[in-house]
Design a protein around this ligand. Structure first.
Ligand code: QV4
Ligand code: CA
Length: 512
């Protein structure tokens, strides 16, 4: 078999697992609820110059407008049609965003809500973001079109018609997730409507899809839809490139449905990752960073090349979905930066950085009753623009974690060390740990309650390195701490346990 034919076959079957980012672009950022015009600007002014590989965007298809509570963020997970208009923008703005981001090498990944339409209680009328008429009661969605025989009602065996038991595989797939009208994905007509929607997005230039609520779809039905998809647009991608697929499958163990059930379709979200990392960095349940020596498959996670990993996501940063109270978010800034630093330095998985908006958390009996609050918006319901402050942070209550120096610099770190092995692990048996990535990068943490003072083998070439956590290399200078690596690769590290950020990271592109 000719080598080229072999490469073609490898390329084809590797296709949907490959994130389709440019070479040495190893992370994407979820710009949750951002408007398309702001994403286009961010691609050009920030993401491209700082080596972000792409953007996960909020669902771009028409959704129901909910007024009680007032336009919650989650109304965007209640589709009314596959028309491209939402509070983030219209089709023209969507096309402009994809083109401008692709033109600077930052690719777009669409959050595809294809398991269901809106909630059974969403009423009837044209209260939807494109003004399309629909009737949830009669399951009538003329703008797709879908009618009642395109839904799973007769298939679901639960009393309420909703998922009542996650131990029952058929219920999880064929009943309604929190009353969301569940599509009959075994029907070719339904599969074709969805494939048409995704193919329109591919023709516009998107690079792949987050498959929302994948756990609630039979893997074979998802596969049948993916098999109808075209290759990526050759204006920006090599001919024959398959869309990157990552499926939202919450598998923390204890349920019959597993992430591995979906490996045939693409990658899966590994929710154990953020839940465990949060527990370790918080030092709960006797966990300590020294145990991270075998992080990755050693902790029971899916194989690295099937994993999409993240510290938090839009659900579990506000108590939805999975991960519970151990999940670290921007509200826990100091620990969050450590967790993000560890994730971005470690070779396991394909990494996604969360970028959030601030909302008025209000806890009653341990629960945030404002978990529904939608993006910063004006009186008329329009989403507020992302303003950029002189210090490069964001205004209008956009958190912009991806712009935090420590996180942005670790996205660059991951690019610099891409392909290098996990090496030179050291720990003190407690919460002081360090590791390198071949001869390209090295990172060290102090999460103990006493100072760290140790000389270690970094694996790096001799020289003066700028710490990219406390500062960075600007021109020929380090803006903050430096690390001297000797000819034998040894370096001494001092980290106070009260430091603003008790970790140091160095790499060969931050060397004087
Ligand atoms: C409520 C009751 C129902 C009742 C219904 C009708 O909970 O029992 O039958 O009213 O009276 C919103 C409300 C929810 C409401 C539902 C229907 O929060 O209370 O049901 O609408 O009106 C997001 C939010 C959900 C939200 C949903 C739709 O998280 O709270 O529900 O959008 O607006 C599981 C899944 C996993 C899922 C996760 C949240 O396995 O796939 O739950 N994660 C994805 C997305 C998530 C989204 C959905 C799936 C649905 O990441 O953001 O849910 O698309 O773990
Ligand atoms: Ca389903």
């Amino acid at each position: 078999m000719g080598i080229y034919f072999l490469l073609l076959i490898v390329g084809l079957c590797w296709g949907q697992y490959n994130p389709n980012t440019l070479p040495k672009r190893t992370s994407i950022v979820h710009l949750f609820e951002w408007r398309w015009q702001d994403i286009a600007l961010e691609c050009e002014r920030y993401l491209a110059p700082n080596g972000f590989g792409g953007v996960q965007i909020s669902p771009p298809n028409e959704n129901v407008i909910i007024t009680d509570p007032q336009q919650p963020w989650w109304e965007r997970y209640q589709p009314v049609s596959y028309k491209l208009c939402t509070r983030s923008g219209n089709e023209t703005e969507f096309r402009d965003m994809v083109t401008r981001c692709n033109n600077v090498g930052v690719h777009i990944y669409v959050d595809a809500v294809i398991n269901h339409m809106c909630g059974a209680n969403a009423g009837a009328g044209d209260h939807a973001t494109c003004g399309s008429y629909f009737n949830a009661k009669t399951e009538d969605f003329p703008a797709v079109p879908y009618s009642d025989w395109d839904f799973n009602d007769r298939k679901c065996k639960s009393r309420s018609g909703n998922i009542e038991n996650y131990q029952d595989i058929s219920q999880v797939r064929d009943c309604r997730l929190v009353s969301l009208l569940d599509l009959a994905l075994e029907k070719d007509s339904v599969r074709s409507r969805i494939a048409d929607y995704l193919n329109r997005l591919l023709a516009i230039g998107v690079a792949g899809f987050r498959i929302d609520a994948a756990k609630h779809m039979w893997p074979v039905d998802v596969k049948a839809i993916l098999d109808k998809l075209k290759d990526l647009n050759t204006q920006w991608f090599p001919a024959g490139t398959k869309p990157f697929i990552y499926q939202e499958v919450i598998d923390l163990g204890g349920e019959p449905i597993k992430g591995s059930d979906y490996f045939g379709n693409g990658r899966v979200t590994e929710f154990k990752y953020g839940a465990k990392l949060g527990t370790v960095i918080r030092k709960w349940n006797g966990e300590k960073m020294a145990y991270l020596k075998n992080w990755g498959e050693g902790w029971g996670f899916v194989p690295s090349d099937r994993a999409l990993v993240f510290v938090d996501n839009h659900d579990n940063q506000r108590g939805h979905g999975a991960g519970g109270s151990s999940i670290l978010t921007f509200w826990d800034a100091r620990l969050y930066k450590m967790a993000s630093g560890f994730m971005l330095a470690h070779p396991y998985g394909f990494t996604r950085v969360m970028s959030s908006f601030r909302w008025p958390r209000y806890f009653e009996n341990g629960r945030d009753i404002n978990d529904w609050v939608g993006p910063p918006s004006n009186e008329d319901g329009s989403i507020k623009p992302v303003t950029i402050n002189p210090d490069t942070t964001c205004g209008n209550d956009w958190v912009c974690e991806h712009r935090w120096r420590q996180i942005k610099n670790m996205v660059i770190f991951r690019n610099v060390v891409d392909g290098e092995p996990f090496s030179n692990w050291w720990d003190n048996g407690s919460n002081q740990v360090a590791f390198g990535r071949g001869n390209k990068g090295f990172i060290i943490f102090n999460n103990d309650d006493w100072p760290l003072n140790v000389s270690l083998q970094t694996g790096l070439p001799a020289g003066t390195y700028c710490d990219v956590i406390s500062g960075q290399k600007e021109g020929d200078f380090c803006t903050a701490a430096k690390v001297q690596v000797a000819a034998d690769g040894m370096a001494n590290f001092l980290i106070g346990n009260e430091d603003e950020d008790p970790f140091i990271a160095i790499h060969v592109d931050a060397k004087l």
